[in-house]
Write a new protein. Structure first.
Length: 244
């Protein structure tokens, strides 16, 4: 059983090396029942992220890197997931906003054959969230709108902490379209509509762990984009034959 921890990276030279080393140290400190690798997916970076990633590959056997000229979280993950030979694919943000102690809860339902997709949530009652009021409010509004439009019962579609079985991803792959942040919503809803079991877990999430790094999501610009994507995706879903 091979699990890959995939981290999309764009212009993250300030935190890339430190956080990858921190993730490696954490994983090595655990007595894990599976083989694992850390995968850095550098996409569209114009800083030293690729050079840092290559250095980490050279220095650590459990690190590999993929470089893409074009940017976009969705594009990066879709491209690498299709190439991967892992059994389970985890993705998380390079800022490590989610506490790494949540990794076991993320993976156990997949390892125990209880789910095909596990998603972290910042908005469940048991979640611990340190985030600005505005961003927390925006997430809740988006979730309400997505529930109305896409008809789901999940609390947080966009948390960047998810794990999926490789075989499940391959079944869903033809229906993905978004190259950017809406990929998370597509992943959850397509998995649900295909009839696979999804488990949602609470996570501990901290927004301002690194002072030099701000969120790459811009509330006004990306907010309108997400709303348009919701309606467009709803229209696409009505035309997909999930039994074909």
């Amino acid at each position: 059983m091979l699990v890959e921890f995939c981290l999309p990276v764009k212009n993250e030279q300030e935190i890339l090396e430190t956080n990858i080393k921190y993730l490696l140290k954490f994983l090595k400190s655990k007595e894990l029942s599976y083989s694992w690798q850390v995968v850095i997916i550098v996409n569209g970076s114009q800083d030293a992220s690729d050079a840092i990633a290559q250095k980490l590959v050279h220095d650590y056997l459990r690190v590999k890197a993929k470089y893409l000229n074009l940017s976009g979280k969705g594009r990066a993950l879709r491209t690498y997931f299709h190439e991967s030979s892992a059994d389970i694919l985890v993705f998380m943000d390079i800022d490590l906003a989610v506490d790494l102690n949540n990794i076991s809860e993320l993976l156990n339902p997949l390892l125990n054959q209880q789910a095909q997709l596990v998603i972290g949530s910042r908005l469940l009652p048991a979640s611990h969230l340190e985030r600005s009021f505005l961003r927390s409010f925006t997430s809740r509004v988006y979730n309400i709108l997505s529930r109305l439009i896409l008809r789901h019962n999940f609390s947080d579609l966009q948390c960047g902490f998810k794990a999926i079985k490789k075989e499940t991803f391959e079944v869903l792959r033809p229906w993905f379209k978004d190259d950017n942040w809406f990929f998370d919503t597509e992943l959850v809803i397509l998995t649900m509509r295909r009839g696979y079991h999804i488990k949602e877990i609470p996570v501990d999430w901290q927004e301002t762990r690194y002072q030099k790094r701000q969120s790459k999501v811009r509330l006004l610009r990306d907010g309108w984009s997400f709303i348009k994507n919701l309606f467009s995706f709803c229209w696409r879903l009505s035309r997909i034959n999930f039994n074909s």
